[in-house]
Design a protein around this ligand. Structure first.
Ligand code: G3P
Length: 214
């Protein structure tokens, strides 16, 4: 499973890149707004730091307007993925993007038929939001299992990008369910390698080694 960071914060992206295990970045209008910077400049900077896929979202709600944004965004860097909302106008724009060779990430997916439709329409990524389903008492992970099953039935190449991951167990479960990508906030990413027994074990190894030197 690939690891994407779900952030538009350059310090977090640089810290993740330094570790060498960040495969891509997802942003959304809320994450970009938090940074208070010019959108296109910020996205260009992110694309320079991370060579993998970088999702930048449109903010229009009609197909024509989305396509204007999509064409502009896709010219920022070769690794830009245009993020489109999974609404009828978004699917219309998706089909045009597919025909024009613009890579896409269909966002705000909350049920399997949305995922099936965007795969049929050539989406590069589909983004089911697990955490937000859990928030309203539904089983977010079941959606990943359903989408995996459907995509495997028909051999769709659209990558399942498990989004709205809130803690490391979401990442583990998404990997077990066969998600191609997990995107997570930096706070979750930082916890991926942690285990207290690793720290205790290393401390003991080094203390024993020190004794030998003495
Ligand atoms: O970027 C999309 C998604 O990961 C947002 O997550 O935590 O706002 O539901 P969240």
């Amino acid at each position: 499973m690939k690891f994407f960071l779900d952030t538009a914060n350059l310090d977090e992206i640089k810290a993740g890149a330094a570790l060498g295990i960040v495969d891509g970045i997802t942003t959304n209008p809320s994450l970009v707004a938090k940074e208070g910077k010019d959108f296109k400049t910020l996205v260009a900077q992110i694309c320079e730091i991370i060579p993998g896929p970088v999702s930048a979202e449109v903010v229009s709600t009609t197909c024509d307007e989305m396509m204007k944004e999509a064409r502009t965004l896709s010219k920022i860097a070769p690794n830009i993925i245009v993020k489109l909302p999974t609404i009828p106008e978004g699917v219309k724009a998706l089909k045009i993007c597919t025909a024009e060779g613009i890579k896409t990430n269909l966002t705000l997916i909350f049920q399997p038929l949305q995922a099936l439709i965007v795969a049929k329409s050539g989406a590069t990524f589909c983004s089911p939001f697990l955490g937000r389903l859990d928030d309203i008492g539904q089983d977010g992970m079941a959606l990943i299992h359903d989408i995996r099953h459907i995509y495997d039935n028909y051999g769709f190449k659209t990558e399942i990008l498990a989004a709205s991951l809130r803690h490391p167990m979401h990442v583990v479960e998404a990997a077990k369910a066969g998600a191609d990508v997990g995107t997570m906030p930096f706070s979750v990413f930082k916890m991926l390698l942690n285990h207290p027994l690793t720290d205790i074990g290393l401390e003991k190894f080094l203390a024993d080694w020190k004794k030998l030197q003495a």
